[in-house]
Design a protein. Structure first.
Length: 297
């Protein structure tokens, strides 16, 4: 008897096999895990990173289980470099099925009045402009085929009841990603392209190490939480990977312009509340709307 988990894996492989999946920031952390996850489902993975060494390591790991991975090193905020990369991918593979925007940095940590404002601006260049730059580059090819999936990663704290102090550049940039996601979902509404954002949870990545290195500049409370997170292991990156895999399948065709938590949202059962998802602002950054009032009543 075939188990439910085995059926799910078979379904993912059937849907994702030979899909062309581009992952920015795919050399480390969550992006790396997502790249390996898609390669495991026999997708053809293309990653980018600013570090060749990281790209080579991911390619080697994916090749070890027979997966396919191509990589390129460039800066997502550089218009010319991004165009060269995506033009090459489209020329080589003739399409891009999925774009996952993982590239991002924390930027300056500490009170705004003490931040290096060049670093502050650079955070938005990479996190916001870099994401928009990559989205812009895939739209023509996706429009031509009248289909495509775009997934943007927004970080911890976005949509939370509690915004962390001392990370103004990061929080600002990731909040902007949610607005960008909704704007593009509406702009591309009739093109066959779906655009969503995900929150991966408190994953242990190099960003956590930066918080620990910053010490009290990160804020005493958050520094303490980060120490505990490091100790306990944090949210498994596989949760974000599983959500990305789901959003790249036909089961998620009705989901567009949403912010979904990889940790808290029961996305596997979204089909049961399809009307609420498609007709209200449920799973967007807004917390007070007609849907919520209905729930209160």
């Amino acid at each position: 008897m075939v188990s439910k988990a085995k059926k799910s894996q078979d379904y993912l492989t059937k849907e994702l096999q030979n899909k062309i999946v581009v992952i920015t920031g795919g050399g480390q952390g969550i992006g790396k895990n997502i790249a390996i996850g898609f390669a495991n489902k026999k997708a053809r993975v293309i990653i980018c990173s600013r570090t060749e060494k990281d790209i080579d390591a991911v390619k080697k790991e994916i090749a070890s289980f027979g997966g396919e991975c191509y990589g390129s090193s460039f800066d997502v905020s550089d218009v010319k470099e991004v165009k060269i990369f995506f033009d090459y991918v489209i020329k080589k593979y003739h399409k891009i099925d999925v774009l996952i925007n993982c590239a991002g940095i924390y930027g300056p940590i500490g009170p705004l009045e003490k931040n290096d404002m060049d670093c502050w601006r650079r955070t938005l260049d990479i996190n916001v402009f870099g994401t928009a730059n990559c989205i812009r580059s895939v739209i023509p090819a996706m429009k031509k085929r009248e289909q495509g999936i775009i997934i943007n990663l927004c970080g911890g704290g976005v949509g939370s009841h509690k915004i962390k102090p001392n990370f103004s550049a990061y929080i600002t940039s990731k909040s902007a990603i949610v607005g960008l996601t909704e704007a593009m979902a509406n702009e591309l509404k009739y093109s066959g392209i779906k655009v969503n954002a995900i929150s991966p949870g408190a994953v242990n990545t190099r960003l956590l190490d930066q918080v620990l290195a910053a010490g009290n500049l990160a804020g005493k409370e958050f520094f303490k939480e980060s120490l505990e997170q490091k100790k306990k292991g944090g949210t498994p990156p596989e949760k974000a990977t599983s959500l990305c895999l789901f959003l790249a399948t036909s089961k998620a065709n009705f989901i567009n312009g949403k912010l979904i938590s990889a940790v808290w949202d029961d996305y596997a059962n979204f089909d049961k509340i399809k009307k609420d998802i498609t007709e209200t602002s449920l799973y967007t950054i807004r917390r007070i709307d007609d849907f919520m009032f209905k729930q209160i009543k």
